[in-house]
Design a protein around this ligand. Structure first.
Ligand code: ABN
Length: 176
């Protein structure tokens, strides 16, 4: 027997045996289940959070580190971070005094999904700290809106106008 007729014979035997073991209705039912199952696969819930994070760039707004320029409260800061200068993100280092006049920003907190009004005060009375310079300008306006511009030494009204570093103080939740 040639190679070809042996293959034909084997295929015939297999098909007959399969036909004896299954009914047409059963076969169609199984085929239907497979088709429906595969068409529903794209509807299954998929965790896409890692993709969203990747789209936003590494760590953007997603750091809990107040010494990092990416920290959410610093969205409109321009200066040396007081948290790197012996103070905290919201309090001036010892020996310096917060400026009574400030500039204001609105920052989105990814931890709770809310927007906050943030006051950026300069800490005055010592020479520049020199650590952790951070310049972010979300929502910054030109100089004609002075309180919304961050390129100003706000220590100018202090007794000692030397600029040391900047803090960010939450004033409240921004109304939508
Ligand atoms: N508001 C921070 C700052 C101080 C001096 C110069 C530019 C910006």
């Amino acid at each position: 027997m040639s190679e070809r007729s042996r293959l034909d014979a084997w295929l015939e035997r297999s098909s007959r045996s399969l036909a004896q073991r299954t009914s047409r209705r059963g076969f169609l039912g199984a085929l239907g289940q497979i088709l429906v199952g595969t068409s529903l696969l794209p509807l299954l819930p998929i965790d896409r959070s890692s993709r969203a994070e990747a789209a936003e760039g590494p760590g953007k707004g997603h750091t809990d580190d107040p010494k990092s320029c990416e920290y959410w409260k610093y969205c409109a800061i321009d200066g040396f971070l007081c948290s790197c200068c012996g103070g905290t993100s919201s309090s001036c280092p010892p020996g310096t005094t917060p400026s009574p006049i400030t500039w204001i920003g609105t920052c989105h907190n990814p931890a709770d999904g809310r927007d906050y009004i943030v006051s950026y005060n300069d800490c005055c009375g010592k020479t520049s700290c020199g650590n952790c310079w951070c310049n972010r300008n979300e929502g910054e306006k030109p100089m004609y809106r002075l309180s919304l511009n961050n390129d100003v030494n706000w220590c100018m009204a202090n007794d000692n106008p030397n600029y040391h570093c900047s803090v960010s103080v939450i004033l409240g939740v921004a109304e939508k």
